[in-house]
Design a protein around this ligand. Sequence first.
Ligand code: NAP
Length: 302
Amino acid sequence: MNILIYGAGVQGQFLAHALNKRDNNITILARGKTYESLQERGVRLKHFLQKKNSIDHFNYISELSETDQYDIIFVTMKYSDFYSVVPVLAKNITQNIIFVGNNTNPQKLRKTVLEQSNTDKNISFGFLMTGGNRDKAKTTVLRFNAGELKVSHLVGQIPFHNILDEIFKDLSIKLTYEANFEDWLMSHAAMIIPLNTGIMLKNQYKGRQKQLIKKIINSYNELHLLLEHSNYKIIPRAQATLFKKFKFIAYPLLKIILNIKIMNQVQGSMSEVDSLYEDVKLLNKHSVSTTRQLDQIVKEVL
Ligand SMILES: NC(=O)c1ccc[n+]([C@@H]2O[C@H](COP(=O)([O-])OP(=O)(O)OC[C@H]3O[C@@H](n4cnc5c(N)ncnc54)[C@H](OP(=O)(O)O)[C@@H]3O)[C@@H](O)[C@H]2O)c1
């Protein structure tokens, strides 16, 4: 299968590595310094928990022309960057596209691509259950197993599921078709908006961490209520129960997450959190629920 991975960050590089087999012809679209470094050194990953390194070599391009055709394009970048590549993707003739990553309005993203495109397209969505970070020298991946890509067409079956099955055949990385993916994506955003905001505020709250954790927990409860009032299901359900009914467990858990070294391996981006937060805040307009505590901690970062 001819695969393009559009976006060469942590997730794009790991996905390329995980899909690397004889029958998959993988091209990575990278830009600037990332493109130069990949051309020079290949995809070099440090697998943090496995204590091993890997090097893979792929085809690299820095631009996508209208006539470059792939069986599938995986777009792996921050939610705040997806719209910057929509015009290029819309012009390109490839039919099957999966946007991989956080996303609080997949319907709008799909509509935008389809409106700008002159050719037929199937737009699906995914989320890679691995984390990591990168600097000039290396990309570090945090994974507890061989990795998992959750995918969905939001409603109905992914029209190109046969291609996906072929791509993932005989590989260790798991491919999971998700039902209720919009609920899942919204619940995941509700999980990371307060957490990443808390991580960004950690230094500001030195010596007052208890106060910060309390604010994070209150923000979770506000967000979960807002989602439920907006007719989203919280998936997994335990996420809402934990912060509402088991604060005595949520508190030490958040303390560990804020302080252990392993969480420094998961790269957050405030620009992405801002975009997710802005979408979620639109729900406020149609709901009586407020997110006063969350609004306050988000403002403290800005
Ligand atoms: N990293 C994690 O721990 C983790 C965990 C779970 C979920 N996720 C989610 O997965 C998604 C991807 O995250 P990530 O960590 O892989 O992000 P990332 O490391 O920032 O990678 C994004 C890549 O896209 C490239 N890019 C951005 N805009 C572009 C454009 N207009 N044209 C071409 N390339 C462009 C960036 O280029 P440059 O190389 O020039 O920056 C970068 O290589 C996000 O939604 C994120 O929240 C990440």
